[in-house]
Ligand binder design. Structure first.
Ligand code: 13P
Ligand code: SF4
Length: 310
């Protein structure tokens, strides 16, 4: 099928199914262009919670589809590829977190989980954060409790720097963002001395130190639009460049390189294609299904986050 026919078929199926297509900022240009909403994890969570559609087609990775299902148990949530996982989410299996909490029961941890985790981990958490609201939510955490932050140690240490709040960090990371190095970013900076460096907080401390701004993918849009500079080096997954170029056409966006590549792609995010999106709307499969006891426990910390970040 040629691409224009495929896009038309997807739009027709979307209408027939009364579906909404949500896409993360790291999706391919074709998917971003036909989605009803493109955004970061926080914006996507609000859209998923508010939608009146019967079907949510979630173009992102598995934990994002799960989040949509947790807040919409009666709706059908489909994702284009069931294998689109996340290295960060995988670095904190619920069984390991549960055992750690049991072994450290004396610490009476208040568990703050970055949204990039499974429903099982959310069910063990007190509150969820995204990169867009983590500072505000950590600041609001009970002052008399020890905090355990899971699963991203880089985002966790960035939040500690920003809030001054001490937290114990789970030692997980995103395999894409840790590929940027001090060397690879210093080199591109030398090549484009007038460009500002904008980095995601999942990057390592050494890379964050070289950045003019560290923020979530959504905040990158506002920062690059409002800062009176013409070019930016974007240190996050390459899909972000599509949105920046589409919404801020007058400026130049240079992908942040790794030591091995000119840009960084998340292999999980890039598993989604127009063909698979078409098929999931047609067959209503693969669907996200979550055992109800886990879903109910996972919903509480998500709702707490949505409330706190209003
Ligand atoms: P945000 O879009 O929330 O900044 O998250 C980035 C990410 O890595 C999602 O997988
Ligand atoms: Fe997970 Fe990293 Fe891919 Fe985001 S970019 S989905 S954190 S592996």
């Amino acid at each position: 099928m040629v691409a224009t026919d495929l896009v038309e078929e997807i739009l027709a199926l979307k209408k027939e199914r009364n579906a909404v297509i949500l896409a993360h900022n790291y999706q391919s240009r074709e998917i971003q262009e036909l989605a009803d909403f493109v955004g970061d994890s926080l914006g996507l969570s609000y859209h998923a919670a508010d939608t009146e559609a019967d079907v949510i087609a979630f173009c992102g990775v598995h934990f994002m589809g799960e989040t949509a299902k947790i807040v919409n148990p009666a709706k059908t949530v489909v994702i284009p590829d069931m294998d689109a996982g996340c290295s960060l989410s995988d670095s904190c299996p619920p069984g390991q977190l549960e055992a750690f909490l049991r072994e450290n029961a004396a610490k009476n941890y208040y568990v703050i989980a970055y949204i990039n985790c499974s429903a099982g981990v959310k069910a063990l958490s007190d509150v969820i954060v995204t990169s867009g609201n983590a500072i505000r939510i950590v600041e609001a955490a009970p002052k008399d409790r020890n905090i355990l932050f899971v699963p991203d140690q880089n985002l966790g240490s960035w939040v500690m720097e920003k809030t001054g709040r001490k937290m114990d960090l789970w030692r997980g990371n995103c395999y894409v963002h840790v590929e940027f190095t001090r060397h690879s970013i210093a080199r591109i900076r030398e090549q484009y001395p007038d460009a500002q460096v904008v980095a995601h907080p999942e990057c390592t401390y050494a890379v964050r130190m070289l950045a003019d701004e560290v923020c979530s993918t959504e905040k990158m849009i506002g920062y690059c639009r409002d800062t009176p500079v013409d070019s930016f080096i974007i240190v996050t997954e390459s899909g972000m460049l599509h949105r920046l170029r589409r919404e801020i056409p007058g400026k130049t966006f240079i992908p942040g390189p790794t030591d091995a590549c000119a840009c960084a792609d998340c292999r999980y995010m890039k598993m989604n294609t127009l063909e698979k999106l078409h098929d999931c709307l047609l067959k209503l499969e693969p669907q996200i299904l979550i055992p109800e006891d886990i879903r109910v426990r996972a919903e509480r910390p998500i709702r707490r986050m949505l409330e706190l970040s209003k």
